[in-house]
Structure formats: structure tokens, C-alpha cells
Design a protein around this ligand. Sequence first.
Ligand SMILES: NC(=O)C1=CN([C@@H]2O[C@H](COP(=O)(O)OP(=O)(O)OC[C@H]3O[C@@H](n4cnc5c(N)ncnc54)[C@H](OP(=O)(O)O)[C@@H]3O)[C@@H](O)[C@H]2O)C=CC1
Ligand SMILES: CC(C)CCC[C@@H](C)[C@H]1CC[C@H]2C3=CC[C@H]4[C@H](C)C(=O)CC[C@]4(C)[C@H]3CC[C@]12C
Length: 313
Amino acid sequence: RRLLEEDGRIHLCIACRNVQKSEATRNLILAAHPAAQVSTVEVDLGNLAAVLRVARELRCRFQRLDFVYLNAGIMPNPHVNFKALWHGLLTGKLLHMLTTAEGVMTQTDRLNGDGLQEVFATNLFGHFILVRQLESLLCGNEKPSRLIWTSSSNARESAFSLSDYQHAKGQESYSSSKYATDLTSVVLNRKFNEQGLYSSVVCPGLVMSNMTYGILPVFLWKLLMPIMWLIRFFAKTYTLTPYNGAEAHVWLFKQKPEYLDALVKYHSCTSGLGKNYVEPRRMDVDEETAEEFYQKLLELEKQTLERYSDLLD
Ligand SMILES: NC(=O)C1=CN([C@@H]2O[C@H](COP(=O)(O)OP(=O)(O)OC[C@H]3O[C@@H](n4cnc5c(N)ncnc54)[C@H](OP(=O)(O)O)[C@@H]3O)[C@@H](O)[C@H]2O)C=CC1
Ligand SMILES: CC(C)CCC[C@@H](C)[C@H]1CC[C@H]2C3=CC[C@H]4[C@H](C)C(=O)CC[C@]4(C)[C@H]3CC[C@]12C
């Protein structure tokens, strides 16, 4: 909806795994923008066959894509370590913990139907395969095309390891998948800028959504709301609503990609008085690690394409 407010002429295609939800979203958007062009497409990003199928469908439907928002993400079985928060209070690290959740959250991951770690597959690899399969719609256009990944301030190098890039062994699969997203975006820029494709990563800040409602119950978040409004005076990434959280996504929509820094993450922020703005912050990524990781993604992509060769053109 915010993108249509910026430019009512765009054709918006909503990719969703749940057909009812995408239709309901389409109807909501059309209620606010009756003349808008809004279509939907079904895809489960945690299922590689479905990703290859949807890429084929998109290649048939569109000649080019100007923006691809890679937003789907999961955090299964989250666990909050309240003791760590208490320790953070005593050691002066509380604010950092409240904005990055460093040392505060763990998750339990599992294998998906493709034999991949579910969080890695959904948060990164499904999107990666989609982007690679859409290369013909994204590269070599008159105007540059853009990828905008929803990463997180929870992305952390120490949670990621090249030897276990799917994070099968640890308990911070979410943090690892978001760090892997940051690495991937950096390399995509290096490989594809010359062909007119630019990639950026954003963090929406702490937003009340189904993801956070899976961490603490809704009623508790509602009770905590006055405290979070107060925290916002010190932690500007407490955007709290999806509208505020989308600030960086919308801001990037209006920027010339040639002027953006590939090593920066764009954070949606909201001031204590409720004003939205975007803060660019340098990412803690090692470019050599990023390149090595990219090669591993390409290897996994090769295996995927061999396995599903019947779904390729
Ligand atoms: N909420 C927060 O505080 C923060 C969120 N983020 C990131 O923002 C993004 C959006 O999350 P948020 O809105 O908070 O959480 P939600 O759980 O509300 O939204 C996640 C979205 O991803 C979709 N999704 C999940 N798995 C798949 C899949 N396999 N295939 C297709 N779609 C899928 C969900 O679809 P469905 O509705 O069908 O479940 C849903 O629309 C995520 O990448 C998250 O990591 C980053 C920083 C902070
Ligand atoms: C007074 C309240 C704010 C106490 C709530 C405690 C915890 C449940 C939350 C404190 C910090 C939160 C988070 C921080 C970073 C988010 C990150 C950017 C993200 O991508 C997903 C959600 C977060 C991990 C979020 C989750 C809840 C907290 C740990």
C-alpha cells in the first residue's frame, strides 16, 4: 500500500504461500487504490519445486521486474533467555540486547522436505533460487532492477559459519540466516551491478507481527506496549508497527541504486515522538567470506537444478 502511495502506476504482484491471504491483501489494497494493478502468485519459498514453478510462471507473465521485495521469513520455536536480559541490565548491555537480541534468543530448526535446514531454506535459499531463476527479467533492462531483502539487526557473524552455513548444529538459525542474507546481497552487487541489478538489505526494526506473536503471547506484547513506547526514546529501531517498519523499504524504492552503498544495511527507525526515518549502518561483513559462501550457494543451486531438471525450460 505504501508503494502505491508513492507511485500509483506500478503493477504490484503479491507472492504468497497462502492463496486466501494474498487475495485478502489484494482486496484490501484495491479498496484503498481502486485503479491499481494488483496480481497474485502462489509460492512456498521453503519448497524448491514450488520456487522453480513460480519463477517459470513469472517469466511467462512479465517481461521485466523493477523491484523484488524478498521479505518472507520464519523464526520457528523461539526461546527467550530472560536471565540474559537481566544480566544485560547489570552489565550495561541491555539496550544493545533489546535492539539486536544478541545472546537473548535461540530457536530449534529442522530439516524441510528438500533435506535442507528449514530456516536457511525459507529465509535465504528459496529467495536466492528465485532471484537466479528470474535473472532474465532482472538484468539488462533499460532501467536498473532492484532486490530488497528484509534482513535483521539480529544478523550476527558469530552465529554464522562457512562449514555449517545452514546452521544445522547451533541454536541461532535465524541470526545465521540473516547474516547469510547480508553476505549474499554484498556478492550479488559485485556480480550483477554491471548488468543493471542492484541488491540492498533492510532491517524493519522490532515490529509487532505474527513472528513476534510467536515469541511472546499477544496480550503480553499489548501489556508491554507502554514500556516499548518509552524504550523507543532510546531505541529508535522500536518501530513497532508494520507501517513504520516498512520505512526503509519505501525509502529505497525512491533512491537511485547507483548512489547506494552495498556494504550498508538500511534500518527503519521511529523517534520517541513517532517520526519515521531511515538510518544507514555499515555491515560487519568480510567480503572474502561472502565470496566463499556465494560459491557454496552456487554448488547447492547446481544440485537443486539437477534434481528438478524437469521443472526448467
Ligand atoms: N517482526 C520483526 O520484529 C522483524 C522481522 N524481520 C523480518 O521481516 C520479515 C517479515 O516478517 P514479519 O512480518 O515480522 O513476520 P510475519 O510472520 O508476520 O511475516 C512473515 C511472512 O513470510 C511469509 N512466509 C513465511 N514462510 C514462507 C514460505 N515458506 N513461503 C512463502 N511465504 C512465507 C509468511 O506467510 P504466511 O502469512 O503464510 O505465514 C508471512 O507473510 C521476515 O523476513 C523477518 O525475518 C526482521 C527484523 C525484525
Ligand atoms: C520490554 C520488552 C521489550 C521485553 C521483551 C523481551 C524480548 C521478548 C524482546 C527483546 C528484544 C526483542 C527482539 C529484538 C530484535 C528482533 C530482531 C531484529 C528480529 O529480526 C526478530 C525479532 C527480534 C529478535 C526481537 C524478538 C523479541 C525480543 C527478543
